[in-house]
Ligand binder design. Sequence first.
Ligand code: AQP
Length: 326
Amino acid sequence: EERVFSGIQPTGIPHLGNYLGALESWVRLQGQHGSVLYSIVDLHSITVPQDPARLRTSVLDVAASLIACGIDPERSILFQQSQVSEHTELCWVLGCLTSIPRLRHLPQWKTKSNRKNEGSVGLFAYPILQAADILLYKSTHVPVGEDQIQHLELAQDTARIFNQKYGDCFPIPQPLLSVTRKVKSLRDPTSKMSKSDPRKLATVNITDTPDDIRLKFRKAVTDFTSEVTFDPENRPGVSNLVAIHAAVTGQTVEEVVHQSEGLETAQYKHVVAEAVIQKFSPIRAEVQRLRADAGYLEKVLSRGAEKAKERASVVYQEVRRRIGFS
Ligand code: AQP
């Protein structure tokens, strides 16, 4: 049986990149696989400082966003990671099978710890927790972006090491690579769009108002050539707009470029903004409706945690038995 696992951090409302790079395919995977688990990974989010009140709100905001985007709590298991304590327990076990040099070159550590590598132990161990998230459900498939491949390889290695030492327990999880390229920041098209980007106009959230969206695209950094072409190497700014435009309208990049022939970049930004507004208006309305009903969201999450825990505890009991804890 195929089992899918993926996670998103509760670090604020998801953005266009989260949607196109992950959530859209998460929605599609429901019904295509035996079981599908999506986790709001709050344990991961505290590897960098978080404000408690904001974290609390973010968990519900992300739950509302996932449901609004089409994650159906009846068809997938939607839950908050910290509500299933086996994630941390398995993380410890797997950490004892992982060497320090194996972790040192992984991307999360390199980008989020500061230049002198003075990050926390938690940040360093982040990929082990990720491996635990995946293996705890004996997941077979993990939808990931290209930047996450090295982390998934660690999960695969860890599964192999465990199996070799303690007998066949975990399937080797396979990546389901997202085909969309990374959505780039509207302020700096050489870096990815990110929730934690402090620049106000860099990130388009799925709940932005039409006016916000128009403003952000109007101010999007492009170059001095006023023409619509797709050339990510030499023209990252305009190419990012073209990629977004194609993704939100379900067209190919070629179709979009062809349609936009003769438009000045300024006019084109307006076209893209309107396409984004059209795509996200219904989602925005739904997020607002759900956010007003915290009781419902909490119920969905606690029901999800119950279902996740049911599966997690069976696997973790097996792990305990195999390593000699019981
Ligand atoms: N810019 C992006 N383009 C395409 N996909 C993206 N993802 C993130 N940014 C882009 C994908 O979204 C999923 C959930 O991401 P996450 O919550 O784990 O956060 P992240 O990857 O660290 O990126 P964020 O959203 O910018 O968050 P912060 O600022 O909190 O680090 C993942 O599948 C990711 O690949």
